[in-house]
Write a protein that binds this ligand. Structure first.
Ligand code: 9YT
Length: 130
């Protein structure tokens, strides 16, 4: 069994990836052998994230804050608040915004799992491992 605590075991370690737009605290990674990764991620207020997980499926569950997600294929906008989940089941190109003056705290699951300190490439994707 694996037991970890965000505050004791993740924040401030290699599994804590901070960028100007988001801070991803990676609770479970590929090396944990679960077949998915699990992240507790803060989307910083005021940022527009252009994302396209070409190689991954991602489910995202908002547990704090407010914002919105825009589907690039047709421009549809979905509000996000505590309790909202979205699943990028079609590798959907999207824009994620914490545009209500507060950060959004999101629980994210990636399949296949993120392996470590991935950040987005120019298309907003994470690379697959070699
Ligand atoms: C929700 C989302 O895709 N945020 C960007 C960061 C990423 N999810 C991560 O690695 O935690």
């Amino acid at each position: 069994m694996i037991v970890k605590n965000l505050y004791d075991d993740v924040i401030g370690t290699d599994a804590d990836v901070d960028t100007p737009q988001w801070n991803s605290r990676r609770l479970l990674l590929a090396k944990d052998g679960m077949g998915f990764s699990l992240h507790d991620t803060l989307i910083k207020a005021g940022e527009d994230l252009h994302l396209w997980y070409k190689h991954h499926l991602e489910a995202v569950y908002c547990i704090e804050g407010e914002g919105e997600i825009v589907e690039k294929k047709d421009g549809s906008v979905h509000p996000i608040r505590e309790g909202t989940v979205y699943a990028l089941n079609e590798h959907d190109q999207h824009i994620l915004r914490a545009n209500k003056g507060v950060a959004m705290r999101m629980v994210c699951v990636f399949n296949p799992p993120v392996t470590g300190r991935e950040v987005h490439d120019k298309d907003g994707a994470y690379a697959l491992p070699e």
